[in-house]
Design a protein around this ligand. Sequence first.
Ligand code: SF4
Length: 89
Amino acid sequence: MIEEHDHLIIYCSILGGEVPFQYCRTLNENLPCRKIIICWEFQIEIGKFLNENYSFDQIQQVLAPPTQTRLETILELIEKAKKIKEEGA
Ligand code: SF4
């Protein structure tokens, strides 16, 4: 049952206050916070909880490193544009 740990409370270093597990497992568009394993590993069987309640893709999405920054995207686009220009010349 996905709600089984919802009543547990933990100190959140990001918010600087206490939050219930229910918050940690839903704050990311209804998916868990990316730090959920680190924060909860000593309180509950967090790996088991994730396995039982989320698909592999969902877990990957949650734990994946942040995507490119805006600057990296812009630089990549500039590189591509340069290449296209060179190829066309
Ligand atoms: S899992 Fe996320 S929201 Fe929950 S305590 Fe850790 S950092 Fe805060």
